[in-house]
Every structure is written in structure tokens, then in C-alpha cells.
Design a protein around this ligand. Structure first.
Ligand code: C2O
Ligand code: CU
Ligand code: CU
Length: 500
């Protein structure tokens, strides 16, 4: 590369003089970067600092179908000190966990006490476009937004978080998120562990300082996503909980901006996956480890029977390959289960959980392909700041004034996410629908145990092309779809489809 190209692409001004070791260091960082798209931006992992697992796990308060969420600056105790955070309620990092029944009418008022606009996206709820928390539908600073909708879908774990374009990542990272559980009769009939044996767990990594949770991604961190060195579960760093020698049901949400976890237990015990983003699978699937990307959910049964009281078992994230330069490089503990109480348990895992009609590619009336590899200019959409690489879909950055895809209601389509030339993981998420994953080629070359049934977010690792089949029903209107690495999303890796 010639010097002026080099200057142009790295964003150094021509007058910048890098001398001596600074210059050689910069050059060697360039040459050691394999990816031409990054133009010298080196993405690297943010290593997790494990704590000592001495803080008791707790759970966000529970809320029903009628509630007020007050987005505010508040304080929360993290890592032993009280710091300013954003919250939907006082003195908490996370909002309440909603628990509602299928068929219920929901009425939630968002009171925005922030000094900037925000909104709430109900991730995983099939609700009208105007209630979905589209980046156009905002509550101004000091204003309100009333969300009213009916729960018209099966049991499952959804969640909620802000979606104001360009500010989503910061608002989520600083604390705004919560879980949304739906119950129904089909699920109740299966008699899963409930009450204190059902544990909703939000896993998030944060950067914690005495002054709060700073959100200051540099260019490399926009490429990799903003990751933190402290892993929280339900807002608590390195927590523990006491468990009895019996089955537990873990309702797991990866609420991190960018970090992918490869969940496994330290004693290598089985995890029985019974559900994912869209609710129950057809049949349980037993695994030793399972990836969960930002936005994804897992419903997992774990049996602590047979473990002697007094034993500590950790939920960990194991290393993984295929995750690009910044992900999967470290194995770390997330939380501790102290097996304390002997118990007897008559629960047995049902062989059949739910009936799900398998959709085929041949049912689709149309196939749309989305190129998600390339952060550079192409397809005639110029890089609009001239310097930085930007995350794009089909070469385009998000433009709220442009509809990218027009979709006919009541048709099935195949959507293809092509990351075959990419070197970063992209968890791709569609609003307003659930889909079935048909195929993954390249990279891992197969579907995971949690990719049966209904999904709303699918992880597309470097080198992979993933095909999904989407039944678009008659919930007409304008929806977004995007990468759920929130730095990528805010950077522009989001488009709109209009269903009509
Ligand atoms: Cu949880 Cu548009 O995302
Ligand atoms: Cu969503
Ligand atoms: Cu992405």
C-alpha cells in the first residue's frame, strides 16, 4: 500500500508524524492483521477477570402485564461499590422480569427520565410494528411512550432493551435491559422445575469503574464489539447460588453487547436444551457445551442429583474456535452453584416437548441474500465518513428513511446471511417474526443443538453462510433486522423491511 493510501485508510492526517518505535509498532500491527477489510484495525479479546464467587445471586423483581418502566440514571452496587448506572427502576442495573400468560393484554408505560431519547424494543415478541420499539418510535427526554399489545404467542423467554439508533449499545451497556417470560398451558403441562428451581439468568459483560460504566468504544472496539472484563449474572459480578440435588431449569439470556459465550459446566455435566428464542423445542437435546450469542436465549435443564452436598460446580464459558480474533480465546467461570441441600426429585424429562411444523426451503416464494462479510464500500453505497470501516448489510448502512426489502404478507421466504468472506461473528436478528434455521455452510458447517425450533437471532460465524426460512404472517408494517452485536448495529449494520 502506498503511503497516501495508507494515510487515507488509517485515518491518520497527512500531517501526523509517527516516529521511531511508535511508527514501527504501528506498521507491525498492520502487517500482522490478516484482514484487508480492517486496514490495520486490530481486534483483540478483552480478557475476563474472574471474581471470587462470594456474592449471592439475586433476581430482578417480577412484574405483571401492567407496569411503568422509568428509564433513569440511578445507582447500583457492582463489584462492591455503588456506581451510577442506567436503570428501568431505582437502584438496579436491570429492569423487572415480566411474567405474563399467553392471551394477556399488556400495558406498559415507559417514562423517559433520561436526558436523551430512548424506547423499548420487545425482543422476541410478535407485536404490531408501532409497538415494537422501532428506532423511529421514540420517547423524548422527559417524555413517555405507552406500549399496549396482546400476547399472542407460545411460552418462551423474550427480553426488552432500548433501540434508539446510534444509542442502543450505550444504553444497553450502561444497564437498560430486562427479561420477559411468557407462560402457557402447553408448557405448564410438562411440569418443569418451577419456583425456586427455575432460575432466570441474564449474562452480561461490563466495564466497571468507580465512576460508573463508561461506554467509549474506539475504532477497534466498534469492529470487535465492546466487551467488558467483568461478567455479571443478573447484574451481580461472579455470583453464587445454593442448589439442591435435583433438576433445575435455567432460563438464560445473553444480554451482552458483543460477547459470545460457550456455556458448559465445570463438572462436565449434561445440559439438556429444551428451548431457545421462540420457546420449546420439539424434543430435548443433551449437550456438554453450547454457544450463546448476544440476543439469544436458552432454556436448559440441569440435574444436580448425584453431586455430593458441599461440592461447587461452575457455569463456565469454554474457549471456542471460529470466532474471529476477539472471541473465544479464554475459558472463564461465570457463576457458582453450591450444592448444599439433599433433595429427592421425581421429575423426568419428557421425550416430546412440543409440536413444531418443520418449514422447508421449497415453501418459500422468494430468496433474499444478505452479504454481511464486508465492511468496505461496495454496491455503490459510499463509506460516508471516508475513514472508518463501517459494518454493512449488502453494502448499505442503516437509513431510517429507506425501505430495503418489501415482503408480501402470508408468504414464506428464505433469507441467506453470507459471512463467507468475513472474519467477525454476526448474530443476525429479525424483528416481528420467528424463523427456522435451514442450513449452515462453511465454518462450523452444521446447526447447533439449540437451532431447532423457532429462532429470532442466529449466529453467523466468520466463514459461514446461514440460511433461514421465515414465515411472514400478517403482522404488517415496517420492521428492522440487524446484527445484534450492538456496536455493529449502531454502526449501521441494520436494514428495514416492509411487510404488506
Ligand atoms: Cu434485541 Cu433489534 O434487537
Ligand atoms: Cu428484536
Ligand atoms: Cu455484526
Amino acid at each position: 500500500m502506498k503511503r497516501n493510501e495508507f494515510i487515507k485508510m488509517t485515518g491518520l492526517s497527512a500531517g501526523t508524524i509517527l516516529t521511531g518505535s511508535a511508527f514501527t509498532g504501528f506498521l507491525s500491527s498492520l502487517s500482522s492483521c490478516k484482514n484487508p477489510h480492517h486496514m490495520g484495525l486490530m481486534t483483540k479479546p478483552v480478557m475476563v477477570n474472574e471474581g471470587n464467587f462470594s456474592k449471592l445471586l439475586s433476581f430482578p423483581t417480577q412484574a405483571g402485564a401492567n407496569h411503568t418502566l422509568t428509564a433513569q440514571v440511578t445507582s447500583a452496587t457492582v463489584n462492591g461499590s455503588s456506581i451510577p448506572v442506567l436503570g428501568y427502576q431505582q437502584n438496579n442495573l436491570l429492569g423487572p422480569t415480566f411474567r405474563v400468560n399467553k392471551g394477556e393484554a399488556v400495558n406498559i408505560l415507559l417514562q423517559n427520565n433520561l436526558t436523551e431519547h430512548t424506547n423499548v424494543h420487545w425482543h422476541g415478541l410478535k407485536i404490531p410494528a408501532l409497538m415494537d420499539g422501532h428506532p423511529d418510535q421514540l420517547a423524548n427526554a422527559g417524555g413517555t411512550f405507552r406500549y399496549q399489545f396482546t400476547i399472542n404467542q407460545r411460552a418462551g423467554l423474550s427480553w426488552y432493551h432500548p433501540h434508539p439508533h446510534g444509542k442502543t449499545a450505550k444504553q444497553v451497556f450502561q444497564g437498560l435491559a430486562g427479561m420477559f417470560l411468557i407462560n402457557d398451558a402447553e408448557e405448564a403441562a410438562l411440569n418443569f422445575p418451577s419456583g425456586s428451581y427455575e432460575l432466570p439468568l441474564v449474562i452480561q459483560d461490563k466495564r466497571i469503574t468507580p465512576g460508573g460504566i463508561p461506554y467509549t468504544p474506539g475504532a477497534e472496539e466498534v469492529m470487535a464489539g465492546f466487551m467488558g472484563e467483568t461478567v455479571l449474572v443478573n447484574g451481580i459480578d461472579s455470583p453464587y447460588t445454593e442448589v439442591a440435588t435435583r433438576f433445575y431449569r435455567l432460563r438464560i439470556l445473553n444480554g451482552s453487547n458483543a460477547r459470545v459465550y460457550n456455556l458448559a459446566f465445570s463438572n462436565n455435566t449434561d445440559m439438556v436444551i429444551i428451548g431457545n428464542d421462540g420457546g420449546l423445542l420439539k424434543n430435548p437435546v443433551t449437550v456438554k457445551e453450547i454457544l450463546i450469542a448476544p440476543g439469544e436465549r436458552l432454556d436448559v435443564l440441569v440435574n444436580f442429583a448425584g453431586i455430593s452436598p458441599g461440592t461447587d460446580v461452575y457455569l463456565t464459558s469454554k474457549g471456542f474456535s471460529n470466532g474471529g480474533d476477539a472471541q473465544g480465546k479464554q475459558e472463564f467461570k461465570i457463576m457458582k452453584f453450591k450444592v448444599t441441600v439433599p433433595a429427592t426429585d421425581t421429575f423426568t424429562i419428557p421425550a416430546t416437548l412440543s409440536s413444531i411444523t418443520t418449514l422447508t426451503a421449497s415453501s418459500a416464494v422468494k430468496t433474499r441474500t444478505f452479504e454481511i462479510s464486508n465492511a468496505m464500500e461496495h454496491h455503490g453505497y459510499p463509506m460516508n465518513d471516508g475513514m472508518k470501516m463501517r459494518h454493512r448489510i449488502n453494502g448499505k448502512l442503516y437509513d431510517g428513511g429507506r425501505i430495503d426489502e418489501y415482503v408480501a404478507a402470508n408468504t414464506n421466504e428464505v433469507w441467506v446471511f453470507d459471512n463467507s468472506k468475513g472474519d467477525e461473528p454476526h448474530p443476525m436478528h429479525l424483528h416481528g417474526v420467528f424463523f427456522q434455521v435451514l442450513q449452515r455452510s462453511g465454518g462450523r458447517n452444521q446447526l447447533t443443538a439449540a437451532e431447532n425450533g423457532w429462532k429470532d437471532t442466529v449466529l453467523v460465524m466468520p466463514g459461514e453462510t446461514v440460511r433461514v426460512v421465515v414465515p411472514f404472517e400478517n403482522n404488517t408494517g415496517k420492521f428492522v433486522f440487524h446484527c445484534h452485536n450492538l456496536e455493529h448495529e449502531d454502526d449501521g449494520m441494520m436494514l428495514q423491511y416492509q411487510l404488506s
